[in-house]
Design a protein around this ligand. Structure first.
Ligand code: UD1
Length: 333
């Protein structure tokens, strides 16, 4: 089977390419390299011993994607490409709506034109807004608090509507909790441009000495140690979830929605201490005020993905930190 991975040189995309190739799928990637490097393609080859066909294309320019569809026939599309920084989206809503919405609609027009109507979509737990109770189930109320989240929720709706209108369409919407970790080769991982917004990339920069200390944003939440609790999930577990979703998307038309999380929550300070343990490096931190838009606790009920996809997370926080550290010490400056 041949799979198109949009945004395949990005953090989750690149790990998913590795998993796909190791499971015997043919992989074609397009990316505009806005937030990733072309050498990721070689790293995927080094890890798997297999080729990825790469195209530089930008979803905002539909014709730039046409050769990808002209030269290949796909069994399914796994769609990661898009802008993903929640606070940035508040400052630049037009860029977020244009990239994520218009770009994805361009992609869908080509999918329809070339007869590939199977979509595995990179959604996010941010579609649950400020969760009132945990664990979070797929049928919880949906809302968003920033333009980034709004694009995820609107695109979920777009694919759902496609599946109603056209019985050949199938869409698997995967709502990720908090991906961290790296491929165990140490070659692939999360290394965003600029100062990181998310916790683990920030910790990694402090660990290698390129940032002086971590700010822990709030220690007065209603959680055991007062810091935010999240469902951290190893990126390779997330990658495996996409491969498991291929069976669903190629066999059952309609919309299928799954949480991808471990079902466990760990606090910010627990992550800091687990990372210190794994790396042997002290992470200096200070307590700062709460970050706008943050909430106390979020973790998944992942039982639907287990029942329907046969997927469940395998790796624990220790492994997530060990793999993050292996990546950080060789790849982050
Ligand atoms: C964030 C996004 C979410 C996105 C997800 C991707 C926001 C509000 N939400 O989730 O939409 O899908 O990333 O992974 O941006 N923290 C610190 N210091 C830091 C960074 C984070 O204390 O330097 C704390 C935060 O306050 C929070 C926890 O770490 O309690 C997790 O933060 P982060 O890694 O940014 O993830 P989310 O905010 O859960």
């Amino acid at each position: 089977m041949k799979i198109l991975v949009t945004g395949g040189t990005g953090y989750i995309g690149s790990h998913t390419c590795v998993e796909l190739l190791q499971k015997g799928y043919e992989v074609v990637v397009f990316d505009n390299l806005f937030n990733s490097q072309i050498d990721v393609v070689d790293k995927i080859k080094t890890i798997t011993g297999k080729e990825v066909k790469f195209y530089k294309a930008d979803m905002r320019d539909k014709e730039s994607m046409r050769p990808v569809f002209e030269e290949n026939t796909f069994d399914a599309v796994i769609h990661f490409a898009g802008l993903k920084c929640a606070p940035e989206s508040v400052e630049k809503p037009l860029e977020y709506y244009y990239n994520n919405m218009t770009g994805t609609l361009n992609l869908c027009e080509l999918m329809n034109e070339y007869g590939c109507k199977r979509m595995i979509f990179s959604s996010s737990a941010c579609v649950y807004g400020m969760p009132e109770t945990v664990p979070i189930k797929e049928d919880f109320p949906l809302s968003t608090i920033n333009p980034y989240g709004a694009t995820k929720l609107m695109l979920e709706r777009v694919f759902t509507d496609f599946c109603v209108a056209d019985k050949e369409w199938s869409a698997v919407l995967l709502r990720y909790f908090n991906p961290i970790g790296a491929h165990e080769s140490g070659l692939l991982g999360d290394n965003p441009n600029g100062i990181p917004n998310n916790l683990m990339p920030y910790i990694m920069r402090v660990a290698v000495g390129s940032l002086p200390e971590l700010s822990v944003c709030g220690d007065d939440y209603d959680t055991p140690d007062g810091t935010g609790v999240r469902d951290w999930i190893h990126v390779m577990d997330l990658a495996a979830g996409h491969v498991d979703a291929i069976r669903k998307v190629t066999s059952e038309p309609g919309t299928h929605i799954y949480n991808l999380g471990t079902g466990n929550g760990y606090s910010v300070l627990e992550v800091v201490h687990a990372f210190e343990e794994a790396s042997g490096i002290k992470i200096p931190y200070s307590i700062k005020p709460r970050r706008a838009g943050d909430y106390a606790t979020s973790y998944a009920d992942p039982s639907k993905a287990k029942a329907e996809l046969g997927w469940e997370a395998k790796y624990d926080l220790k492994k997530m930190c060990e793999d993050s550290w292996r990546f950080a010490k060789t790849q982050i400056k």
